[in-house]
Design a protein around this ligand. Structure first.
Ligand code: SAM
Length: 267
């Protein structure tokens, strides 16, 4: 069974996931819209969190379609009409192999131990020629954050995350991972929000840091002053910064009509 660092039983996790939905659903929905999710389509979201994207997908596919949402822990999902929630670990295998027209996940793969296996299982869940869309963070912007005190905070955060097995630079590797899993016609792009203290992004970081504060302190990678200094900035509307390049990569699962079988699995 996979382990997940921000488990759903932590106080505040419902609020943190709601902030993620508020901040990231617009990008996710826009990219899914470009795929043309149609009435009657069968969709799969892996690592659905609170299920907000699958709720939206269920509305798109309508009563003749199927919106399946999978997570290790479904305790924070709302009971949404039209969404078929399933408790599962993507590392355990594909979900209904070949059964989905659209397969997507967001902010999940950087937490899994074997990302190649997870991507292979996502791709194998799509029908031949089906769409695969993954969105993951790349923390490149924090490596040049200003002032130096903020950069130091992020260096401590990244040192802690490496020990936890979290890959905050996964975004840049998504195209190669999809290619290695046989995905065709891959395209990728990244979006970075600039935000100020008091904004929803600042609230997201305040919440995340509060939840992890004990673990961060115990790991010895961040001093209390550094954490408090960052939290103070998150409350100051005059302070602007950036954190994550959210990287979206997608393409078509192999085996669709007209695909050359020799082109699959390269990369
Ligand atoms: C950071 S949250 C993101 C939630 C949601 N996708 C979003 O972007 O708002 C990561 C989610 O992935 C789930 N998760 C982590 N590892 C998983 C795995 N191996 N299989 C399925 N779900 C997993 C967690 O339980 C959690 O709900």
């Amino acid at each position: 069974m996979s382990d997940y660092v921000l488990d759903h039983q932590q106080p505040g996790e419902r609020h943190r996931l709601a902030l993620m939905s508020q901040l990231l659903d617009p990008m996710h929905r826009r990219l899914l819209d470009r795929l043309g999710v149609a009435p009657g389509a069968r969709t799969l979201e892996v690592g659905c969190g609170n299920g907000s994207v699958s709720a939206w997908l269920a509305g798109r596919v309508g009563p003749t379609g199927r919106a399946v949402a999978v997570d290790l822990d479904l305790s924070l999902t709302a009971d949404v009409c039209g969404v078929e929630f399933r408790q599962a670990d993507i590392l355990a295998g594909p979900v209904a192999p070949g059964g989905f027209d659209v397969v997507t996940c967001r902010a999940v793969l950087h937490h899994v131990g074997d990302v190649r296996a997870a991507v292979a299982n996502l791709v194998a869940s799509a029908r031949p020629g089906g769409a695969v869309l993954v969105i993951e963070p790349d923390f490149l912007p924090v490596t040049v954050a200003e002032p130096a005190a903020v950069r130091d905070f992020w260096h401590g955060w990244l040192a802690w995350s490496r020990e936890e097995g979290i890959d905050y630079f996964l975004g840049r590797r998504l195209p190669q991972l999809l290619s290695a899993a046989g995905v065709l016609d891959i395209a990728a792009t990244a979006e970075t929000a600039l935000y100020n203290g008091g904004s929803p992004w600042a609230a997201y970081w305040q919440q995340t840091i509060r939840q992890l504060r004990g673990r961060l302190a115990d790991a010895g990678k961040l001093h209390t002053e550094s954490i408090d200094g960052f939290l103070d900035r998150c409350a100051d509307p005059r302070w602007w910064t950036q954190t994550i390049a959210f990287t979206a990569a997608g393409g078509r699962a192999p085996g669709g009509p007209g695909d050359d079988p020799r082109s699959e699995g390269r990369g």
